[in-house]
Design a protein. Structure first.
Ligand code: PSU
Ligand code: MN
Length: 305
């Protein structure tokens, strides 16, 4: 039945059958997160970093209604330069499939499709979370609910302070999602290594991460884990520069009445516009760094199966 919907490429399928390490990658970052051609270059480079670190990459998207796990270079290129690819979160999947549309997957929907395929590790840039002002707007990303219920570890650089990081932490705590700092006590905030918030656990090796994930899932503690991996120091942005840009972006979104699924893409592109190329370069580098840790984590997990 699942084959009707799910299309896993032969290399990924063989790797999964043999218990080899596989790392899932999202596609919203390609279609909505970065400009062409940097988005395509980055997506392909991320795949090669995963290979260099001993795992098989599986970029995920919905193409003509098929849930694709593992894309060709042409498919990545298509997602990177075609406008009108739909940002697809959990609630969108049925309609993108039924209407045979093209969908770029968010963290939530990438986790869903990865889990359907049997992939346990997913590397990306940043997760969605509780937006500033959520006490009024109720704007809370479906990524957080997915982390609560779907068994996939998400290696990211934390979340951007376009969100309310404190409330995002509280939400994850309520849902029982561990927020782990990879070699850090402090939760990173995407462009910066610091956020002013602590992680639940500092973990220093992929081996311990893998053991914790195995214990979690062996014990039936369903759901994912946030593995927060700080941006390398040399690519970190100035704390005030980035936060001023974010303040401006949040204010403009409020004034323009931007809500719902448009909110995150609007804020991301505004911040990019204000900070120019420097934030894009940081963004690319932190994704590379997450790909490396994701691959090593997948390798360690595969040893424990
Ligand atoms: N945060 C980023 N870059 C991104 C996203 C979030 O720094 O590209 C994307 C991810 O795909 C994430 C989604 O899952 O936005 C969250 O959107 P929303 O807040 O509408 O759930
Ligand atoms: Mn939202």
């Amino acid at each position: 039945m699942l084959e009707k919907y799910l299309d896993i490429n032969p290399e990924v399928k063989a790797a999964l059958m043999e218990g080899k390490p596989v790392v899932a990658l999202e596609s919203t970052i390609i279609s909505h997160g970065m400009p062409y051609p940097k988005n395509v270059e980055t997506a392909l480079k991320v795949e090669s970093i995963i290979r260099e670190n001993g795992a098989i990459p599986a970029t995920i998207a919905i193409l003509e209604g098929k849930l694709k796990v593992g894309l060709t270079t042409e498919e990545v290129e298509f997602l990177g330069k075609t406008s009108g690819v739909i940002k697809t979160s959990r609630r969108d999947i049925p309609f993108i499939v039924a209407n045979k549309l093209n969908g770029a997957t968010t963290v939530a929907s990438t986790m869903i499709i990865a889990a359907l395929a049997g992939i346990k590790v997913f590397a990306t840039g940043g997760i969605g979370g509780v937006h500033r002002g959520a006490a009024q707007t109720m704007d809370i990303s479906a990524d957080l609910e997915e982390l609560a219920m779907t068994d996939v570890a998400v290696v990211c650089a934390g979340c951007k302070s376009i969100l309310d990081i404190g409330l995002t932490r509280e939400y994850l705590e309520t849902k029982g999602v561990p927020v782990v700092g990879f070699q850090t006590e402090e939760l990173p905030a995407f462009y910066t290594r610091k956020s002013g918030f602590k992680v639940d656990y500092k973990v220093d090796s992929e081996e311990i991460l893998a053991k914790a994930l195995k214990a979690k899932w062996d014990l039936g503690l369903e759901g994912g884990m946030v593995v927060a991996n700080p941006i390398p120091e040399e690519f970190e942005m100035d704390y005030d520069t980035i936060n001023n840009a974010i303040e401006t972006a949040v204010k403009e979104a409020e004034e323009k009445g931007i809500v719902g699924k448009e909110s995150t893409p609007f804020l991301l592109s505004k911040v990019k516009e204000i900070t120019g190329g420097s934030s894009l370069e940081s963004n690319i580098q932190l994704v590379f760094n997450n790909a490396k840790v994701g691959a090593k984590l997948a390798v360690e997990l595969s040893k424990l199966q």
